[in-house]
Ligand binder design. Sequence first.
Ligand code: 5GP
Ligand code: ZN
Length: 120
Amino acid sequence: MAQASGCIFCRIVAGEIPSDMVYQDPEVIAIRDIRPQAPLHVLVLPRTHLVSLAEVDAAQAPLLGRMLLVVKQVAEEAGVTQGGYRVITNIGRDSGQEVPHLHWHVLGGRPLGPLVSRGL
Ligand code: 5GP
Ligand code: ZN
């Protein structure tokens, strides 16, 4: 599916909702998260609508590889490679996925603490 009506990230890709875009190419964009959880909090997503990693198959392998290279480039350009950073993708209900359009969170710029929040 190229675009899904009502999908926030499809609307950002289409330019209908403004975003702070830090990278774009014909297949992938990277935008600053509207509610950043760290000094660096960028979302890397495909222009095409895919709900999550649960929906992809081998046909998307090249796209997934390119997205991860964009993740790496975003981190390098933000200067967090030496200090380290975290890459997260949420999938479905138990992950708390809020926006059902595949994306990688790139987080860095401070010590990020435990991977999974305690006390849930
Ligand atoms: P998820 O829970 O789906 O993995 O993460 C969705 C992320 O998208 C959240 O961190 C949220 O702050 C971010 N977000 C939601 N709406 C918008 C928006 O309109 N613009 C931007 N830049 N980020 C958004
Ligand atoms: Zn979408």
